[in-house]
Ligand binder design. Sequence first.
Ligand SMILES: [Zn+2]
Length: 291
Amino acid sequence: MRFLAFLLFAMLVGMPVGDSSAQSAVLWMSVEPAQPVNGSPVLFRVWVDKPLKSLSGIWLGHRVTFEFDSASRAWCGLAGVELGTAAGSHPLRLELISTNDTRSTSIQTVTTGQGSYASSILTVDDKFMSPNADEQVRIRQERALKRDVFRRGSRQQLWKGGFAAPVDNIVTEAFGVRRIFNGRQRSRHQGLDFRAALGTPVKAMNSGEVILARQMFYEGGLVVIDHGHGLLTMYLHLSDFKTTEGSRVSKGQIIGLSGATGRVTSEHLHVGVRWQGTYLDPAILLTMKLP
Ligand SMILES: [Zn+2]
């Protein structure tokens, strides 16, 4: 009954496609959110009328790893749309491998829109705009460290179910806002800011492995959790750590206390969602029903 409900859902919102190249396999697909924009995480659910050994995809230049979800009987794959991606139709190339090792492909078209992103003007301590020689060395070392650590993500899915907010407070600045620091440097806000008084407990948004938990120049107290399949969550400006690098954490576990360390204008919690090297909107991830 549950499977039929899902199938009906897929046929309503998805794109039923008879796939000629897939050796008579028929597939249906749903896309969540239904109308992704630049900056969105995206979940593809694919139902196939035959058992498969594996399903993988390529979309917008990224590999999409699918895993079979027995609850919905769908193959689920997490993807994302970079902020710089223009609105339009983007082909998703799926490769199906049947239980007898027959390969077939299917091309699905997924349309993305343009998100509406505001601008804001910020003032921070001038040392963050003009770091001295020692600070520049530190910044370079930390950049190299992050590059190295972010590259070694788990190939297994470590998250379980939907993501939960790290604090129960309001959002004070959305993802993607165009920012001007001290009247000059321009950047995009690559995460989501929550109001958080000093010392507010910060919870892991989902289960995973802590790959960074240390003080950084720009981020201040930083915790990064690897959730597998290229998906990381990052928690910035912390005043204290309640976890250590290499630890496994579960959803809702307290990993640190909020603060005002690093490049900040005042105390708050910044969270980032990084997928395969690109930053995505945490607010959208928080609304998604993930397997
Ligand atoms: Zn922020």
